[in-house]
Design a protein around this ligand. Structure first.
Ligand SMILES: [Zn+2]
Length: 195
């Protein structure tokens, strides 16, 4: 018999965990499950994106999205302060990345800006942190949740990333239970009968 709830439709609450590891499949949540919560096209409006564009200009990089553009610039706001980052090939001098994330993410603008905030003592200063990036997250940062690792390193519960395709929320990765290691043959214990 179907359940009745008085004809009222239950309001769906929007999901906030958008990138990470699926509890059901233990696999990284693909990008199609990302939820877009802000304007689909943040360019050229918005003071923060204007700041990102200004930082790009300061670094003498071509305009974001132009044919000659191969760089990424990011801005992070935390605890009343703003930080800027760029991919490692455009860092001069290079920022030593001591935080833990996947190897690709560590060379990207998202990591530099978080590293700068950590170096400035901002770790654990906010649960929710906002970032503006003038290129969509690569798969290492996005699908594989490198930005979630950055949230963890920053001591934050989430990093809200605004990028050309919209806004995405990244949360620290949940641990995946590892497959049991097969026992090396040499360590097999053969029980003798009678013992
Ligand atoms: Zn990336």
């Amino acid at each position: 018999m179907p359940k009745t709830n008085g004809g009222k439709k239950k309001k769906k609450t929007p999901k906030t965990t958008l990138v990470g590891i699926s509890k059901k499949t233990k696999k990284a949540v693909p990008p199609k499950q990302l939820t877009f919560t802000a304007s689909k096209c943040p360019f050229p409006g918005g003071k923060d994106f204007a700041d990102v564009a200004a930082e790009r200009k300061r670094l003498a990089l071509p305009a974001a999205g132009s044919n000659s553009d191969t760089s990424t610039v990011a801005k992070l706001k935390i605890d009343g302060k703003s930080y800027y980052g760029v991919n490692s090939s455009n860092q001069n001098p290079k920022t030593p990345i001591t935080l833990t994330a996947n190897a690709q993410t560590k060379t990207h603008a998202e990591a530099e800006v978080v590293q700068k905030a950590i170096n400035d003592g901002k770790k654990g200063k906010a649960d929710s942190v906002e970032m503006w990036v003038d290129r969509d997250a690569c798969s290492s940062c996005g699908i594989y949740n490198g930005i979630g690792s950055l949230a963890r390193e920053l001591g934050a519960k989430e990093i809200i990333v605004h990028s050309p395709s919209g806004t995405h929320v990244f949360t620290p990765p949940t641990s995946i239970p590892r497959a049991k290691k097969p026992k090396p043959l040499g360590l097999l214990v053969i029980k003798k009968k009678g013992k």
